[in-house]
Design a protein around this ligand. Sequence first.
Ligand code: SAM
Length: 234
Amino acid sequence: MESHEKYLQNLKQWLHDTSDSPLEEMSDFFTKRLGGYEEHMSIWEKSYQMFSEVLPSHCQNILDLGCGTGLELDKIWEKNPDIEVTGVDLCQSMLDKLLKKHSDKRLTIVCQDYFKYDFGYEKWDAVISFESLHHFLPERKKELYRNAYNGLKRGGVFLLGDYIACCDEEEELLCSAYLNRRNQFAIPDNSFVHFDIPLTLEHERELLQNVGFVIEKVLDNPDGAAIIAAGKGD
Ligand SMILES: C[S@@+](CC[C@H](N)C(=O)[O-])C[C@H]1O[C@@H](n2cnc3c(N)ncnc32)[C@H](O)[C@@H]1O
């Protein structure tokens, strides 16, 4: 197993080697890789399974932020085929694939930036997101977490599955590379690019708690992704 020091050393080397590689626009990034996407993500198979098991069984309607082709939904519907899902994603081609796989389900898709989506008030049993929010800075995520909090019914749950930085140093290295590259390539503020800037588990928990969530369960990186269940309370 790779040591922590070796991991950080490799990360620094990779950041150095790729420092001149242009950043790809988010939706284009996923459209270009759609063909091999599900196979590429199959390394997270166990995480998708665990994610579906953490979702409380009483949930009847859920909002999925960055649903993509719905790998987490495949597992959720396997357990509960009647659950009603609204999936929001920027990338139409990912949504088309989701629709094709699940035309028989109670599914509404919304091709939109989730930061602009109207969550409504006390509408959802659960808001979920898998492997999507690690592309954004904490201030933006906090905005979204607040919307999720308000959009959830009392007693509802926000279920997050995502990459987590292993330490402050990794979080800082990636965040400063991200900001430098946006600057270097003159990316406008309102444009989304594909570059991973995960937070540490501690910082992710703090953000959720800051908007009022109570952390109910944490599966700390059992399979490369952490799973956090954050409750709204009654
Ligand atoms: C790695 S994929 C994960 C998809 C799915 N949740 C899964 O685990 O297979 C990330 C998804 O987030 C979507 N996404 C990224 N930023 C978004 C935004 N601001 N609004 C809506 N969707 C976004 C991308 O288009 C992409 O489909």
